[in-house]
Write a new protein. Structure first.
Length: 122
């Protein structure tokens, strides 16, 4: 399931934020976050095709990809803005972790509804 690696990524971000003054531990946290993010990708991409019909699957994948690219573009600005407002990147890491947790909850909801759709009514 895609939720576990996403939560692993959020956990890594929280570790990095909590131990920002200990560089080795912070780097380990960021490594865990990266592992979680990259591990979730191959599990995420089959979800849209399981949910969408063949006629709209390509458009749905394009929309999801566009949203992901926009997030990749805007995230550094969010981190910079939070750092400017608070003077610390710790809250920025917490914000990214919170967004990752929200994303994992959405993915959980979507994956459960796709499982019901694929299985059909009982």
């Amino acid at each position: 399931d895609v939720v576990f690696p996403m939560l692993m990524g959020a956990t890594g971000l929280i570790i990095a934020a909590n131990f920002a003054t200990l560089p080795i531990v912070a780097i380990i946290g960021l490594t865990i976050a990266t592992m979680g993010a990259l591990t979730s990708l191959p599990m995420f991409w089959p979800l849209p095709t399981a949910l969408l019909s063949a006629s709209v699957a390509a458009g749905g994948l394009a929309l999801i990809n566009s949203i992901g690219q926009m997030a990749g573009f805007l995230s550094p600005y969010l981190v910079g803005w939070i750092k400017d407002q608070t003077g610390s990147t710790t809250l920025a890491l917490y914000a990214l972790a919170a967004l990752t947790i929200v994303g994992s909850l959405v993915a959980l909801r979507v994956s459960r509804s796709s499982a019901v759709k694929v299985a059909g009514p009982a």
